[in-house]
Design a protein around this ligand. Structure first.
Ligand code: PLP
Ligand code: COI
Length: 341
């Protein structure tokens, strides 16, 4: 199979249209058989539930070319499971796990020419999503839905790739206690847009959100979980009911323990103690692990020892091991790597 003529090493995290996408329609209480389509456009009624009341959820995973030329995806079963939790919370009918996994296989296989080559630094981002599509004017769930998967080749989420970024402590909250912070609903991202544009205008790459109830505990950023390393090389990540349970973060905790022999702990982390950590990174499918060099809390700077030029040593080891597992140069734990057949 011939790859598309794309300058893989120089693409950012943007949308590049690929040849195929997957779609299944939910009508009269059931999902249809689903199919691939070449049409990237969606025609919706003006009163569709997604347009009026934001009834939409999504997922994100990546397809990689391994060092021996296979195409694989990373832990798609966990994306399927998380999407079920998101669907249940927004009253969207569940798209069954086995069908989700089959649809990922179909859409990645059909777009194999867009899966960036091994070593290019790019990957194929796979975006499953589901939304209410029939007219809804009273506030209630739609009756008809679509489940879709689009794919797009992507480079690094933050410009500069592995260079440390600067973030600020946000005055805006991302998620309420008992709200929707733990699911992947479009509404969580819509309400973060004001804060991210403002952060960029002030010269920051991202926002650190605090817990909305007390504004003393570290939650996450708009699109990634935090990971910290203590001065004695222990990996710690924030525990909260209102952050997204990141698949990357959960994987990195296991990598830290089982591959690097480090202690790793998920616990509440206060903003006050952040200055005592040796390293900080953002972890997620899009972010992989993006090192944070500096956090600014209303003029007060917290600078991590590794500085603004390179990742800290533990972050680097975590990054190398995780990406080695994903690209097939390091043996993966059972079930983590799924080959596109
Ligand atoms: N937190 C938020 C708000 C996200 O949007 C994402 C991206 O999916 C993550 C964390 C990281 O999750 P994952 O590692 O499963 O991609
Ligand atoms: C992902 O990492 O897959 C996400 O969905 C984050 C998003 C903000 C791009």
């Amino acid at each position: 199979m011939e790859k598309k003529n794309i300058d893989w090493g120089n693409i950012g995290f943007g949308y590049i249209q690929t040849d195929y996408r997957y779609v299944s329609y939910f009508k009269d209480g059931k999902w249809d058989d689903g199919q691939l389509t070449e049409d990237p456009n969606i025609v919706l009624n003006e009163c569709a539930g997604v347009l009026q009341y934001a009834q939409t959820i999504f997922e994100g995973l990546k397809a990689y070319t391994t060092s021996d030329g296979r195409i694989v995806v990373f832990r798609p079963d966990l994306n399927a499971e998380r999407m079920i939790q998101s669907a249940e919370r927004l009253k969207i009918p569940v798209f069954p796990k086995e069908r989700f996994l089959d649809a990922v296989q179909k859409v990645v296989r059909a777009n194999a020419a867009y899966v960036p080559p091994y070593g290019s630094g790019a990957t194929l981002y796979v975006r499953p999503y589901s939304f209410g599509c029939n007219p809804v004017i009273g506030v209630k769930p739609a009756d008809e839905y679509q489940f879709r998967i689009l794919t797009t080749p992507v480079g690094p989420y933050f410009k500069g790739g592995a260079k440390p970024i600067t973030i600020r402590v946000s005055d805006f909250d991302r998620a309420a206690p008992h709200g929707t912070g733990h699911i992947k609903a479009g509404l969580n991202y819509a309400m973060s847009l004001f804060a991210i544009v403002d952060a960029h205008e002030q010269g920051y790459d991202e926002n650190m959100y605090l817990d909305a109830a007390t504004r003393t505990k570290v939650e996450e950023t708009g699109g990634a979980n935090f990971l910290f390393v203590t001065k004695d090389n222990k990996v710690v990540t924030p525990k909260s009911n209102s952050i997204l349970p990141s698949i990357t973060r959960r994987s990195l905790i296991q990598v830290a323990r089982e591959y690097l022999g480090l202690e790793a702990e998920e616990r509440e982390i206060t903003l006050e103690e952040v200055k005592d950590f040796a390293e900080c990174g953002l972890c997620g499918t899009a972010a992989v692990i993006s090192p944070v060099g500096k956090i600014v809390d209303h003029g007060k700077e917290i600078c991590f020892p590794a500085g603004m030029e390179k990742m800290g040593p533990v972050t680097q080891k975590l990054y190398d091991t995780l990406t080695g597992i994903q690209m097939g140069t390091i043996k993966a734990p059972e079930g983590w790597i799924v080959e596109i057949a």
